[in-house]
Design a protein around this ligand. Structure first.
Ligand code: PLP
Length: 361
């Protein structure tokens, strides 16, 4: 988390801030929420007073993704084969979901998308495609994807959780109908997120109760977390270019050094445009789980597959969809950096990785 967001939250946690109350503290809470809504809009280049979009605060990106998909349970839903589990696993619940294939670089197959949308006779269609994949970092060709969706009267939801703050996402460039963001990916707290929606869609709430969040997400708002999310959004907007540049240099240092030491190492999605903080690498011959443990013993935290699946190391549906060979998939580890990492962290990782991989047999 950004320290300013931590400090702001600390200051608010002990205050009685319920925005549904009409007293002074209640009004203060209401102002804090509205300010955060504006900050989120600004991060996406939405005019703050525009009535075209609403920002619905949720606890997590997972909740926001569940909310939007549940609104299309009576329509036709199209998702890519590499979506985060909060979208992908909805196939176990809804049977109106069609999956679009991706290529070996983790990029959505536009022909397949067009073909599947053209075959659908449903008048209520949603396409949900992530901006950047959380395992490989691959950025999807969203301008082309939106164009295709428009031709087939399909609403577009973009899960921007992994990309926001790491690549500019402006609503003027990407005419999304719905967007998911989550605080813990750009310097805000865990447990604060939002679904941004065009107001011409009538979203139906999943959580019913006191009518908070314009009746779209009941439950007393977590003011401290929402304030932290809003502030983190403002800071991310100001610092974005600098952060991108810094993380890109770290990524280049990491990948070029690894390639020099281990020419056979594979960098997944190497030929795709990627966010600057994610490198999924694989040097076959040692299971990811063993690499993780060996690195953890050296105080280095990396992940295998998706860290979002409760610490479990599952067979990645993303790597399967990319057609990655099992030997490569089972040795893949994901290295993520942030604006707070230093060149020395990269060097430390490289030394540890070299030591582990040259001594393991
Ligand atoms: N979508 C993507 C692409 C993610 O990477 C994640 C989590 O890492 C989520 C959704 C879920 O967000 P949250 O952790 O806030 O539930």
């Amino acid at each position: 988390m950004h320290q300013d967001a931590v400090d702001l939250m600390y200051g608010l946690l002990s205050q009685p801030l319920n925005p549904s109350s009409v007293h002074t503290n209640g009004r203060k809470a209401k102002n804090i929420i509205e300010r955060a809504r504006t900050q989120i809009k600004e991060l996406l280049c939405i005019t703050p007073h525009s009535r075209k979009y609403i920002v619905i605060f949720t606890s997590t990106g997972t909740e926001a993704n569940n909310l939007i998909l549940s609104n299309y349970r009576d329509g036709a839903i199209f998702i890519s084969a590499i979506e985060h589990l909060s979208i992908f696993a909805q196939q176990n619940r809804y049977h109106n979901i069609t999956t679009i294939s991706v290529d070996s670089n983790c990029i959505i197959d536009l022909e397949n998308l067009e073909c599947l949308l053209s075959k659908s006779t449903n008048t209520k269609k949603l396409l949900s495609v992530m901006f950047a994949n959380n395992e490989t970092g691959a950025i999807q060709p969203l301008k082309d994807i939106i164009k295709i969706a428009r031709r087939f009267d399909t609403a577009v939801h973009c899960d921007c959780v992994q990309a926001i703050g790491k690549t500019p996402i402006s609503i003027t460039d990407f005419d999304f109908d719905f967007i998911t963001i989550s605080g813990h990916k750009f310097g805000g707290p865990v447990g604060a997120a939002a679904l941004i929606a065009k107001t011409n869609y009538n979203i139906v709430s999943n959580i019913i109760g006191g009518g908070q969040e314009m009746g779209l997400r009941a439950g007393t708002e977590n003011i401290a977390a929402i304030a932290g999310l809003g502030l983190a959004a403002s800071i991310a907007q100001v610092e974005m270019q600098q952060r991108i540049q810094h993380m890109r240099l770290l990524q280049q240092r990491l990948e070029s050094n690894l390639k020099n030491i281990f020419p056979e190492i594979m960098i997944l999605s190497a030929f795709a445009d990627r966010i600057p903080n994610t490198s999924l690498i694989s040097l076959p011959g040692m299971l990811s789980s063993l690499q993780l443990i060996a690195l953890d013993l050296r105080h280095i935290a990396v992940s295998a597959g998706s860290a979002c699946s409760s610490g479990k190391i599952n067979k990645s549906h993303v790597l399967q969809a990319m057609g990655v060979d099992i030997k490569i998939a089972e040795s893949a580890i994901r290295i993520s950096t942030s604006q707070y990492n230093l060149k020395s962290d990269i060097d430390c990782f490289i030394n540890a990785f070299k030591e582990i991989r040259t001594t393991y047999n």
